[in-house]
Design a binder for this molecule. Structure first.
Ligand code: UDX
Ligand code: ADP
Length: 502
């Protein structure tokens, strides 16, 4: 393929392997030539904010406008303190913001000016009505579709990027088709995002694959070519998969369900290991060396968290039930049930080990985010385990390198978490220094796998703790032999406890 050399924003010349930059590459159904110059993204959350920042970075010839209903969120995207913490994101935003990347609340204008509109709004699990507790709530996606139908003044490609919503592309198409005006036409694509938090920039720059789902019509194929052209700026053709809309949407759900299932599988095995005296790390290592199985996502833990796994599993359960496939629904429901079992089991183990009561005992909790390198606490196992300990009357000193104090307080004292917010609030203390957090505590409980926890001076910590001192490693990141030698009674996932006789 012919290489094109372009001058990038940093003033350096780089080679580009797509021959069609700046040229029309496709036509819509009415035969109008389209060139994607303006992209708009509705929803400036984790998915929209990070993916469109990378898009702007990799496509200097495209003007990217990210919009959101939240004034606070947009204010933060336009500040030095971005609303999400993601390694590498600050640098990307800094380079592009004000050049070809813009953040605003002016949704109407952004939609009007865009050739292509990404929908990246939240799709939480429904908390009311039909499908309550399982189905994905598509109300925000619907608002976006209606907004696009209302203000669009020309042909638009609408790209459904939000996490989850199977069927969303079909119903966006329905709403848009019922609201067409002269000169206005729509093509709807599904382009699910596979980024994982904490490694979002890396995942966006070097994705394993990009899915582009569309209709099997000339309009659908043209729209897919347009989006392919955008990704082609930095992703090789063989990593871009075009498929039907249904397949694309289901692949997203299936991928998350498979990953969640691996974590639940190893966690289920961890319970067996604890009961019989095997070591889950050894089992996972040996199992993962079978090249048919592979080693990734076999790290036993306090359970998976995050905004996607549980939501997608429940969504899959709901879909299977709706399709009258109860065995399929039960299968995926169990993957989620094991996750709840794992969290509860760990909380119970802490209480049981501390002589069957944690009432009025101070415990230091290291980590509140659902995984390392993010400040996100959505569905974090730490929320559930801390709530369990607080219900038992424990006083907990929480330290997390990234999660804000207010976020922790909201998570643990909301009406969803407790019916006694005032009592619970008095039991929580948030620390910015882990060494202060451990003073006079009976135990350290590790709930997120932050790297810094591995290099703490546990000898120093032990010296200011109550004795016997306990360490519960819910992420299996500490050198257990070393802390046992120091004198800690150490419990970890997937390994039988041996009392410290040193
Ligand atoms: C996930 C998918 O990986 C991503 O492709 C999708 O777009 C969104 O959902 P994310 O939730 O950000 O990404 O993080 P991920 O790295 O998948 O971890 C999810 C949870 O599983 C975390 O709580 C993590 O700690 C846990 N986990 C992961 C384990 O407990 N053990 C493992 O071996 C791997
Ligand atoms: P995700 O993790 O899927 O990106 P987030 O909750 O982080 O989800 O972000 C979704 C964003 O979408 C939020 O910032 C929210 O304010 C925004 N949003 C929701 N509905 C609309 C809407 N109708 N128009 C614009 N933005 C919206």
């Amino acid at each position: 393929m012919e290489l094109i050399t372009e001058t990038k924003r940093d003033g350096q010349k780089r080679e580009h392997d797509h021959p069609a930059i700046g040229l029309p590459v496709a036509q819509d159904e009415e035969g109008i030539s389209m060139v994607i110059k303006n992209v708009c993204c509705i929803g400036a959350g984790y998915v929209g904010g990070s993916s469109c920042s990378v898009l702007a970075w990799k496509c200097p010839d495209i003007h990217v406008h990210v919009v959101d209903v939240s004034h606070d969120t947009i204010k933060q995207w336009n500040s030095h303190n971005l609303p999400i913490y993601e390694p590498g994101l600050d640098e990307v935003v800094k380079e592009c913001r004000g050049c070809n990347l813009f953040f605003s609340n002016d949704i109407d204008r952004a939609v009007r000016e865009a050739d292509m509109i990404f929908i990246s709004v939240n799709t939480p699990t429904k908390t009311y009505g039909i499908g309550k507790g399982k189905a994905a709530d598509l109300q925000y996606v619907e608002v976006c579709a209606r907004k696009i139908a209302e203000v669009a003044n020309g042909p638009k490609i609408v790209v459904e990027k939000s996490t989850v919503p199977i069927q969303a592309a079909q119903f966006i198409t329905h709403i848009l088709a019922a609201n067409t005006k002269p000169g206005v036409s729509f093509q709807v694509l599904s382009n699910p995002e596979f980024l994982a938090e904490g490694t979002a920039i890396e995942n966006l720059v070097n994705p394993d694959r990009v899915l582009i789902g569309g209709e099997e019509s000339s309009g659908g194929e043209s729209a897919m070519e347009e989006l392919t052209w955008i990704y082609h700026h930095w992703i090789p053709q063989h990593n871009i998969i075009t498929l039907s809309t249904w397949s694309s949407q289901l692949t997203k759900l299936a991928s998350n369900a498979f990953l969640a299932q691996r974590v639940s599988s190893i966690n289920a095995i961890s319970a067996v290991c604890e009961a019989i005296g095997a070591d889950v790390s050894q089992v996972a290592d040996a199992v993962g060396r079978d090249s048919r199985i592979g080693s990734k996502f076999l790290h036993a833990s306090v359970g998976f968290g995050g905004s996607c796994f549980e939501k997608d599993l429940l969504s899959l359960v709901y879909i299977a039930e709706s399709l009258n496939l109860p065995e399929v629904a039960r299968y995926w429901q169990h993957v989620n049930d094991i996750n709840h079992y794992q969290r509860t089991r760990f909380g119970q183990r802490i209480t049981a080990s501390l002589f069957n009561t944690v009432t009025d005992k101070a415990l230091a909790v290291f980590g509140f985010a659902f995984k390392k390198n993010t400040g996100d606490t959505r569905e974090s196992p730490a929320r559930c385990i801390c709530s369990q300990l607080l219900e038992e009357g424990a006083r907990i000193n929480i330290y997390d390198p990234k999660v804000e104090r207010q976020q922790i307080m909201n998570d643990l004292t909301s009406t969803k978490a407790t019916s006694e917010p005032e009592r619970i609030q008095k039991l929580i203390h948030i620390y910015t220094d882990p060494y202060q957090a451990v003073i006079d505590t009976h135990a350290i409980v590790i709930l997120t796998e932050w790297d810094e926890f591995k290099s703490y001076d546990y000898k120093k910590m032990l010296s200011v703790m109550k004795k016997p001192a306990f360490l519960f490693d819910g992420r299996k990141i500490i050198d257990h032999e070393a802390v046992i030698k120091l004198g800690f009674n150490t419990h970890t996932i997937g390994k039988k406890f041996t009392p410290n006789t040193l």
